[in-house]
Structures are given as structure tokens and as C-alpha cells.
Write a protein that binds this ligand. Structure first.
Ligand code: ZN
Length: 268
């Protein structure tokens, strides 16, 4: 009986260790039933899907800007297991996503709203925040997106069902082409906002630019011109307020960043 109890305790603790993670910087604990390597593999395959369904933008200014900002953010994020890639895709919607494992896509439509590198870093940093905090894995663990997977046709693509890959894309909001985009929960949005401030600050971009960018973006949304991204990223006074409350922490990180660029290069 004692042996059985010991085994039970070991089994339960093993489940707790596997099943629970904590988010960097915010310390929030989260249910996690997927592994980082599984997520990265799904990310790789979803990226192949994205590449086959989207046209890479021929605008060299946009691509160079994204690679410049992306390299600085990647360095700041310090994720040795990530294989970063940054590409601009031809699409008039202002949108961006980061898949688990570090594949980042930005739609060309976003650049009409970003005045400089710092503003671009606030959006890309936010998306990287969703990925590093493993919000997609958390969604999959909670079964939020099971239905999407179940609806998809289960044909096999590189050993993973198309449904699983679609689920991964939806989990990381890379699913516009699938006609499915789930809004992140408020908890995830607020957390990605904070992590975005952290990574942009550590990358040497002035985190004040995130506040002005999201405020500007929020106002634009009222004119109905920012479409789907805004519908999945609703901006409220409260959200801006939370970012402002975190700003002193982010400014401390910015002030000790090795290579401060303030707003970086102009994109206008
Ligand atoms: Zn978000």
C-alpha cells in the first residue's frame, strides 16, 4: 500500500511538473500539456503552410526594416532554441504573427501605421511575447481550439495532420488565410503587451513608442480601417493603462540596454 501511495505521489508530481509552466517576466503559472519541441515542430510546419499560401513582399525597405528590428528583438529575447526568421508578406491587412520556434510574419499593410523602428518593434515584440509565453500551447492545452482541429480535414502532411497544423496556426493567430482568427484572451493580450515592452526595451527601443503606437492604432480602429488584427487585438483605455503602469519597469530595462536607439530609423 505504501509503495502504491509512493508511486501515486510520483505520478501526480510528474503530471504537475509537465502540466504547469510559468511565464517569463510576469511569473503567471499556466496549464501546459504540450512540450516546447512539439510546439516548435508545429510552428515549422505551419510556417511552410504560410510560405506556400502567401507571397513574400518585394518591398525591400519593409523587409530590411523587419530584419533589422527582428534581429535586435531576437537578441534581446535570448532564446537559443528558436530558429528566427522574419518575412514581410504581401497583404493589405495590418497584421503580424510569431509562430512557436521563432518564425515571424508581418503583412505589408502594417507598415502604413508604423512611423519608425521602435513602433514596428512594439508590434513584433508583442507577437514574440505571445510565442515565448506559449499562449498557443496554453490554448491547445485548454482545448480552446480543438474544434478548429476537428473540423479540418485530417490529411497527413509531413506526419502531422493538417488539422493539427491549422490548429497551431490558429493558436498563434497566423490563420487569416484559413478564415479563422481567434481573439486571444484578455490575460494573454495584457501579458503580450508587457512582454512586448520588455523585449523592445532590451532591444534598445524606447518603450514609450509602444504607448503612442497602440493609442494611434486604437484611434484608427474607430474609423474601421484596421480590420481583423484589431478585432483580435481590441484596444481599450484599460489596456493602455496597464501598459503605462508597466512602463517604469520597461524604462529601467531600456536605460540599461547595451545599444539604445530611441525610435530607431524612420519608416516614413
Ligand atoms: Zn496579441
Amino acid at each position: 500500500m505504501r509503495n502504491f501511495l509512493n508511486m501515486l505521489i510520483v505520478a501526480v508530481s510528474a503530471f504537475l511538473i509537465v502540466g504547469c509552466e510559468s511565464v517569463p517576466f510576469t511569473g503567471r503559472s499556466q496549464l501546459m500539456l504540450t512540450s516546447q519541441s512539439e510546439e516548435a515542430q508545429l510552428g515549422e510546419q505551419a510556417w511552410k503552410e504560410v510560405l506556400s499560401q502567401n507571397r513574400v513582399s518585394g518591398n525591400s525597405t519593409y523587409n530590411i526594416a523587419l530584419k533589422r528590428v527582428g534581429a535586435n528583438l531576437a537578441k534581446a529575447a535570448n532564446k537559443s532554441d528558436y530558429k528566427w526568421e522574419f518575412l514581410v508578406f504581401e497583404n493589405t491587412e495590418p497584421n503580424a504573427f510569431c509562430l512557436p520556434g521563432g518564425k515571424v510574419g508581418v503583412y505589408s499593410g502594417l507598415f502604413q501605421y508604423t512611423a519608425n523602428d521602435a513602433e514596428l518593434s512594439s508590434v513584433v515584440g508583442h507577437e514574440i511575447g505571445h510565442a515565448i509565453a506559449r499562449h498557443g500551447g496554453e490554448r491547445m492545452s485548454h482545448g480552446t481550439i480543438q474544434e478548429v482541429g476537428a473540423q479540418a480535414v485530417a490529411t497527413t502532411l509531413n506526419g502531422k495532420s493538417a488539422g493539427t497544423i491549422q490548429a497551431a496556426m490558429v493558436a498563434y493567430s497566423a490563420g487569416t488565410n484559413l478564415g479563422v482568427m481567434l481573439p486571444y484572451s484578455r490575460t494573454h493580450e495584457y501579458e503580450a503587451d508587457k512582454l512586448g515592452l520588455v523585449y523592445m526595451a532590451k532591444a534598445g527601443y524606447n518603450p514609450n513608442a509602444a504607448i503612442t503606437f497602440w493609442q494611434k492604432f486604437g484611434q484608427l480602429s474607430q474609423t474601421g480601417t484596421v480590420g481583423e488584427f484589431f478585432s483580435t487585438h481590441p484596444m481599450s483605455e484599460k489596456r493602455i493603462g496597464e501598459m503605462k503602469a508597466y512602463l517604469p519597469t520597461a524604462l529601467d530595462m531600456y536605460n540599461t540596454a547595451p545599444n539604445k536607439k530611441n525610435l530607431g530609423e524612420s519608416l516614413k
